[in-house]
Design a protein around this ligand. Structure first.
Ligand code: PLP
Length: 496
């Protein structure tokens, strides 16, 4: 299986290992597989008998054809079989007649662990396969969740180093503590004075800085990234949708061939795109409900075909979905409209702040997707109602999904089986969840964590519970102008 760019017709074809190492295509496009492999009904039946690690190796093997079965089994075992990552890593609950796919039982209590636990192993193998002599230095700017999940995934990975920058006043205390206590010989965490945009611009500037790239090259290092524009992050997400269908079959909740609708709380469009791939591979998935918060640019796009980012940006209680440019939408646009139209949309978005797809493209999108959104009051009301009526405690992002799944059923009358992706532990957002339940919120976040536990009786994930007493390793706060020298200093420390 080879990979091509979303932005050029006849772009050069690259291997999976190459695109995982490289991240983004030279024309600014994202890499996509040149065809989508197919799972037959018999394949799905066979997968049903496997455990998560075997399912992951099988599904990934169809996309990463330059990796051997043994390599993929080993990578998946390291990622999903470690004692610290409960096995199976995904839990399926039944709530109010729907199925909730909890993707956050990994080490950082957010669904990003599902991809970031395996991606480092795929990258280490990619370095071997492409004959890369240098080691990778992953640079991450984070507003919270991604940074910790990437640190945890890459900690002590071979031939890979990771440096994370976060805005010192722009992340929650728990997120700060999660990052500052990170273990591993190959990690570095630095706070910067500024906001998330400052951190992000600083990292982007370093990626484009010839001087620093050459200095790193001299030391046998090259820069790489860990965000969801990298195919190595997207592919592992396809696995849990295939696996969830198999699990429901195994538990006889659905019959072979029965259609399953799926709702995904969406930000950058990575998670829901993975589900779309599972559907196109042949898993009997029906509608994909794209659930947005008050930043409902995707809802508007799916309903009208116009994607317009010239609108206010809202800070919400579901911050990981506060996004106006959903990068992975580009991959969907390519798959439906082709490279030349896709490049045109992206150019228009960059230059004019919006684009509009043609009627035929919109119709194809609407066959598979339905756009819904949930505002702040709706999110809070949903958290409270699900807790009171169904004794189910959800985080703020999952609540958006629960609400939109109900909306979809109400407005369309489609009462087929529904799966909702649950993307974070409620304890990652304790103050907002407590507030939604109508409780007073303690000023100190660790107190909020304990109070939510007392109110709900739901167990605190072990690692979050232990965080308060964990030793802080990284305390450095720098000016944003000093990021470049901070990267060089880390490179010196690595290669001394
Ligand atoms: C990242 C994230 C999302 C959004 O996922 P995308 O793949 O960017 O659409 C939703 N919920 C939580 C908790 C997240 O961390």
């Amino acid at each position: 299986m080879n990979y091509i760019s979303t932005r050029s017709e006849n772009s050069e074809k690259k291997s999976a290992a190459y695109v995982i190492k490289q991240g983004i295509a030279p024309d600014g496009g994202l890499y996509v597989p040149e065809s989508i492999p197919v799972l037959s009904q018999a394949d799905i039946t066979a997968l049903t008998k496997m455990n998560y690690i075997e399912r992951a190796a099988h599904v990934l093997g169809l996309f990463l054809t330059d990796y051997t079965k043994e390599e993929l089994i080993r990578a998946a075992s390291k990622a999903y079989g470690r004692h610290k990552f409960p096995s199976p890593p995904v839990r399926l609950s039944q709530v109010n007649g729907d199925y909730v796919l909890e993707l956050w039982h990994g080490p950082t209590s957010a669904f990003k662990d599902m991809a970031l636990q395996i991606m480092p192993h795929l990258l280490a193998l990619a370095l071997e396969k492409t004959g890369e002599k240098r080691d990778a230095l992953i640079l991450v700017a984070t507003s919270g969740d991604t940074g910790k999940a990437a640190l945890e995934g890459y900690a002590d990975a071979e031939r890979v180093f990771i440096q994370v920058f976060y805005p010192s006043d722009g992340v929650s205390n728990i997120q700060k503590r999660q990052m500052a206590t990170q273990s591993g010989k190959n990690v570095c965490v630095t706070a910067i004075k500024g906001n998330f945009d400052d951190a992000q611009s600083g990292v982007k500037a370093i990626f484009g800085d010839g001087e620093i790239i050459e200095a790193l090259n001299q030391k046998g290092l090259f820069l790489s990234s860990a965000n969801s524009i990298n195919w190595g992050r997207l592919a592992p997400q396809i696995v849990y949708y295939v696996s969830a269908y198999c699990e429901l079959l195994k538990q006889k909740k659905i019959k072979p061939g029965e259609t399953l609708n799926v709702t995904v709380p969406t930000g950058n469009f990575g998670n829901i795109l993975a589900c779309y791939f599972a559907k196109k591979m042949g898993v009997p998935i029906g509608k994909l409900v794209c659930a947005s918060n008050k930043n409902n640019i995707l809802t508007d796009f799916i309903r009208t075909g116009v994607y317009d980012k010239r609108r206010p940006f809202y800070t919400t209680i579901s911050p990981s979905m506060d996004i106006l440019i959903s990068s992975n939408l580009e991959r969907l646009l390519y798959l439906i409209a082709g490279a030349s139209r896709c490049a045109g949309y992206m150019k228009s978005l960059l230059e004019k702040g919006y684009f509009e797809v043609e009627k035929d493209v919109l119709e194809v999108i609407q066959q598979d997707f339905c756009g819904c959104f949930c505002d702040e009051d709706g999110t809070k009301e949903t958290i409270k109602r699900y807790f009171e009526n169904y004794n189910y405690l959800s985080d703020t992002h999952t609540a958006v999904g629960l609400y939109c799944a109900e909306e979809y059923k109400k407005t369309t009358g489609d009462d087929g089986a529904m799966l909702i992706a649950s993307t974070a532990s409620p304890y990652k957002f304790s103050p907002a969840v407590l507030g939604a339940l109508g409780e007073t919120v303690p000023a100190e976040e660790f107190e909020a964590l304990k109070k939510l536990n007392a109110v709900s009786g739901v167990q605190i994930p072990e690692r979050l519970a232990k965080l308060e007493s964990k030793k802080v390793r990284f305390t450095k706060i720098i000016e944003k102008e000093a990021m470049k020298s901070e990267v060089l200093a880390f490179a010196d420390a690595i290669k001394k």
